[in-house]
Design a protein around this ligand. Structure first.
Ligand code: PBG
Length: 327
């Protein structure tokens, strides 16, 4: 009655383990987020996100060279404006930090894929992702027009992919139409389709100075308790023309990622967000975990759950570790 099947047979050597390994993380799966700030001569580390910097456009060169050397195929740009106002108008300024950064990157490395985060929260004085009325409510349809201006300005500056992260209803369709009308039909949309109202964005909000001044984002971002609703969000965005669908955050939502990935035949993106990164960094700094092993385990788990692409602040490290592993 001794077991006929011994799973350990396939774990006996690294060679066998490599042969039966089901999930492979690749450098090609990774995207590095970057924080571009207005001004000059700025390269300051973000305290809660070690190894990540606020960079002014003139300081971008060496960072882009690092991305190229690592072989990471894409960056995701966030902008910090010079001035905020109630509608976030610097978000679509031709001279805005993101617009200028795109030009700078494309001059230096035309082949590097540039994705831009399309949202207003970093640019509005109140910190919400759209236009608010006198009661403090974010106005969905009025916001769509502003988001279209942002997306078109990024695409005109040379972005390859625009990534709306605001969670307004109908924004993918509106942005698709605005791009098409401006002769930008080839620019893809990566939709933050399934984005939860999450406390894991804490370090980012500090980094992007985008915490809401009143209220919270629960009136537009999803309730962490909901999974079926993710299917409706993804279906709507695909119908409206999204080329990629994102689930965000990643770790506490791997079940959602798996279900959405199984249900829709579009490239799946997962955002391994700032709080997830900061927890690993903090514990590693205390000597409580092994950063490299934990980070690689996390990224592999996100891939295993169905992501094709992972946005991660560990992108450059992970690329280096993957190279080392390959010998
Ligand atoms: C903008 C936006 C946020 C993140 C990406 N785009 C913050 C938010 O919605 O509050 C979070 C990214 C991260 O935590 O790494 N709306």
């Amino acid at each position: 009655m001794f077991p006929q099947s011994r799973p350990r047979r396939l774990r006996r050597s690294e060679q066998i383990r490599r042969m039966v390994r089901e999930t492979h993380l690749r450098v090609d799966d990774l995207v590095l987020p970057l924080f571009i700030t207005a001004g000059r001569g700025i390269r300051s580390e973000i305290p809660s996100m070690p190894g990540n910097y606020h960079l002014s456009v003139d300081q971008l060169g060496p960072e882009i060279d690092r991305v190229l050397a690592a072989g990471v195929p894409a960056v995701l740009l966030f902008g910090l404006p010079e001035q905020k106002d109630p509608i976030g108008s610097e978000a679509w300024a031709e001279t805005g930090a993101v617009q200028q950064a795109i030009g700078q990157i494309k001059r230096r490395a035309p082949e590097l894929c540039v994705i831009t985060d399309v949202c207003l929260c970093e640019y509005t004085s109140h910190g919400h992702c759209g236009q608010v009325d006198e009661t403090g409510e974010v106005q969905n349809d009025a916001t769509l027009e502003l988001l279209c201006r942002v997306a078109v300005s990024h695409a005109q500056a040379g972005a390859d992919i625009v990534a709306p992260s605001d969670m307004m209803d109908g924004r993918v369709g509106a942005i698709r139409a605005a791009l098409d009308e401006t002769g930008l039909a080839d620019i893809a949309i990566m939709s933050y389709a399934v984005k939860y109202a999450s406390a894991f964005y804490g370090p980012f909000r500090e980094a992007a100075d985008s915490a809401p001044q009143f209220g919270d984002r629960r009136g537009y971002q999803m309730d962490p308790a909901n999974a079926r609703e993710a299917m409706r969000e993804a279906a709507l965005d695909i119908e409206e023309g999204a080329d990629f669908i994102m689930v965000k955050p990643a770790l506490a939502y791997l079940d959602v990622l798996r279900t959405v990935a199984d249900s829709f035949p579009v490239p799946m993106v997962a955002y391994n967000v700032s709080g997830e990164f900061a927890m690993v960094k903090a514990a590693a700094q205390q000597g409580w975990i092994d950063e490299r092993r934990v980070a690689m385990e996390i990224l592999t788990s996100i891939k295993r759950a169905g992501a094709d692409i992972i946005l991660t602040y560990h992108a450059l490290d992970a690329a280096a570790w993957l190279r080392e592993q390959a010998g």
